[in-house]
Design a binder for this molecule. Structure first.
Ligand code: NDP
Length: 432
């Protein structure tokens, strides 16, 4: 831990995994002889680079770009790019480390990676975003490829940014390949990729509820975030009969007792790119609050879909006191470790993000398959595969938890199930 003292998010993610996989290590004493864990925590490669670009006033700006190529034992590096002012190496290492196990859980052949930049797309013109994306890709293109490393979107990187980066990659490399996922449908994207993480989260939680002879139908749900993951989690939960009463962004949150109007939310966030105040202005039933606070709203199910460490111990206590019985992570590591422990100790079914938000990367891998065979599958076909993949992840994580003597503990189950496949592949490939 001392070695990574300046990377607290990475330490948090790594210790959570390492603390929970002891049963798997006991069953495989041979891993210790090849320093498997010491190799696992160290990225295979970290790339850091300068991203110069010119803003609309003619001033030269310089941002810092990264790609963490963490682990390629089971497939090409795969994981999103995040553009947000808070991006630093420690955050990308936490995300890349989580991605290794998440990708393994999907059962698809994809390794773990993550990247991004400390660039803030908020308030920038389309031309500024394009200039940044082109400069970012001018360097990144030499490190990635359809069989090497396939980035996707994350916070601050959606269809617009992926399009600009794909155009620049193609221009420099003169090849039309599936080097990025989350592409537009007219140039190699997959139907259902936009919806995949949010829908996948709801499919995962619905599988858990069905396992308890229950469902989303009639439930009150609290969601944080108002981005890609949140919007499609809200849409699918409401489709399954739940009422979602909140959403949030980095400046405030909305309480809408009539249920979030998804069409309006999409218009505000995806089309107009405005703040949630615009939602509240257009919706008479909605209350707008500055700051944070969604976890104080009584609910049956909570779905954190914004960012890391957004649900702390006090929030967990409020959720339990108000009768919440399920927490499903749509974001990566949105729940602090003490909050997770409190929820689990108080009987809340806790779905860790590396299992419950794996739908996005799973459909990204399906996009890679479609690009390779130069075919595109129907929405129904992709959605059906997504449903089966999420149900499979739930089944595998549940079984691994049971085998480890911790029935129902999906944190332990997901970590062990994800770890074993990667560890087996690393062991077989020798000390590299
Ligand atoms: P978006 O950029 O589309 O949306 C992020 C949302 O979270 C926005 O509403 C944003 O508000 C809010 N948010 C971001 N940072 C903060 C912060 N520091 N404090 C409060 N609110 C914040 O990103 P996504 O929906 O794609 O990603 C959300 C989470 O899901 C991330 O943890 C991401 O890693 C994870 N994830 C995403 C996947 C995907 O396929 N997109 C796949 C798997 C996981 P504002 O607009 O004001 O910044």
């Amino acid at each position: 831990k001392a070695r990574y003292a300046d990377q607290p998010e990475f330490v948090q993610a790594a210790t959570e995994v390492l603390d929970s996989i002891q049963p798997a290590l006991d069953a495989h004493p041979e891993y210790e002889q090849v320093a498997l864990l010491e190799r696992l925590v160290e990225p295979e490669r970290v790339i850091q680079f300068r991203v110069p670009w010119v803003d609309d006033s003619g001033t030269v700006q310089v941002n810092r770009g990264y790609r963490v190529e963490y682990n390629s034992a089971i497939g090409p590096y795969k994981g999103g790019l995040r553009f947000h002012p808070s991006v630093n190496l420690g955050i990308l290492k936490f995300l890349g480390f989580e991605q290794i196990f998440k990708n393994s859980l999907t059962t698809l052949p994809i390794g773990g990676g993550k990247g991004g930049a400390d660039f803030d797309p908020k308030g920038k013109s389309d031309r500024e975003v394009m200039a940044f994306c082109q400069s970012f890709m001018t360097e990144l293109q030499r490190h990635i490829g359809a069989d090497t490393d396939v980035p996707a979107g994350d916070i601050g990187v959606g269809a617009r940014e992926i399009g600009f980066m794909y155009g620049q990659y193609k221009r420099i490399r003169d090849e039309f390949t599936g080097v990025l996922t989350g592409k537009g449908l007219s140039y190699g994207g997959s139907l259902c990729r936009t919806q995949a993480t949010g829908y996948g989260l709801v499919y995962f939680v619905e599988t858990l509820l069905n396992d308890r002879s229950d469902s989303f139908d009639g439930k009150t749900v609290v969601v944080s975030g108002a981005g890609n993951v949140a919007i499609y989690a809200i849409e699918k939960a409401q489709f399954l009969g739940a009422k979602v009463v909140t959403c949030s962004d980095s400046t405030g949150w909305v309480y809408d007792p009539d249920g979030i109007d998804v069409a309006l939310l999409k218009d505000v966030k995806e089309v107009r790119r405005e703040r949630l105040t615009a939602y509240a202005e257009a919706r008479p039933s909605a209350e707008y609050h500055e700051g944070t606070g969604v976890w104080s709203v009584p609910c049956d199910i909570a779905l954190p879909c914004a960012t890391q460490n957004e649900l702390d111990l006090d929030d967990a206590k409020a959720l339990v006191a108000n009768g919440c019985t399920v927490v499903g992570e749509g974001a990566n590591m949105p729940t602090t470790r003490s909050a997770t422990a409190y929820l689990q100790e108080n009987g809340v079914a806790f779905c860790p993000g590396k299992a419950s938000n794996a739908g996005g990367v799973a459909v990204s891998a399906l996009e890679m398959s479609q690009d390779s065979e130069r075919l595109s599958w129907t929405f129904e076909e992709v959605d059906d595969r997504l449903k089966k993949i999420m149900a499979g992840i739930y089944a595998n994580a549940s079984k691994a938890a049971l085998d480890a003597g911790k029935p129902g503990d999906l944190v332990v189950g997901a970590n062990i199930a994800g770890f074993l496949k990667v560890a087996d592949a690393m062991y077989a490939q020798g000390i590299v």
